[in-house]
Design a protein around this ligand. Structure first.
Ligand code: PGA
Length: 252
């Protein structure tokens, strides 16, 4: 059975002291979450040190929101996958739509990042999703299949990764994909995973949904058979709201 993964994406919010205060409020409840749930915090890289201090003796995972694909070098302002691994991160986001659209990240660079993370023992979470124009033109399936295939092009065939489906039009907009719509996109991705790496890969890889997930809509989304968790932006910024999502019980 795949885990149910509830991941917080803090984006460019919270410095080290706020991060510690948040985790102090969250941690006392972590022991009572459903056993199938895996919780992950994707935090600003500058918070990773204090976050690992706070979480290192727990079953909660943490990681960065982006990295470079080289381990070191003249790349001013970038973060090395090796250093993220030194901070004991188990996961890192690759290809969030804000990276793709605001920072011009290409499928080619993302494929290198994904491999670089696997090479240092970090599980990448590859984000894919269509824009509103692409959806309205009927291109959703083609876009997300292409992003998945290209992002996985250089992957290590034996190392794990996760996928997050985040329709761009639903991120931070309050517009959530209809549960059946999201489930359909997840099914397309799972079929593509099977084409890429066989049935076993498709069965074991968690596919999370992201885009305006809140405690009010999480139950209906989690009830969809292909949804294996959430990647949560806005609603992860308050410990209480995120805790409510972390408590989601996956029934199927
Ligand atoms: P949102 O962001 O929950 O605020 O829509 C999700 C994300 O960008 O990962």
């Amino acid at each position: 059975m795949r885990p149910f993964v509830v991941a917080a994406n803090w984006k460019m919010h919270k410095g080290p002291s706020e991060a510690v205060g948040y985790l102090k409020a969250f941690l006392p409840h972590a022991g009572s979450l459903p056993g199938r749930n895996k919780i992950i915090f994707f935090v600003p890289a500058i918070d990773l040190w204090v976050v690992q201090q706070a979480l290192r003796d727990t079953s909660i995972g943490w990681g960065a929101q982006n990295c470079h694909y080289e381990r070191q070098g003249a790349f001013t302002g970038e973060n090395s996958p090796a250093v993220i691994a030194e901070l004991l991160a188990s996961y890192t986001l690759v290809g969030h739509s804000e990276r793709r659209t605001l920072f011009g990240e290409t499928d080619e660079a993302l494929a290198k990042k994904l491999r670089a993370l696997q090479d240092v023992g970090i599980e990448p979470m590859l984000c894919v999703g269509e824009t509103l124009n692409e959806r309205e033109a009927g291109g959703t399936g083609d876009v997300i299949r292409r992003q998945l295939r290209e992002g996985l092009k250089l992957r290590d065939p034996v190392k794990p990764f996760l996928v997050a489906y985040e329709p761009v039009w639903a991120i931070g907009t309050g517009k959530v994909a209809a549960p059946a719509q999201a489930d359909e996109a997840h099914r397309v991705l799972r079929e593509e995973l099977e084409r890429i790496g066989g049935r076993d890969l498709a069965e074991k890889t968690p596919i999370l949904y992201g885009g305006s997930v809140k405690p009010e809509n999480s139950g209906e989304l989690a009830a969809q058979s292909e949804i294996d968790g959430f990647l949560v932006g806005g609603a992860s910024l308050q410990a209480e709201a995120f805790l409510a999502l972390a408590r989601t019980e996956k029934k199927k």
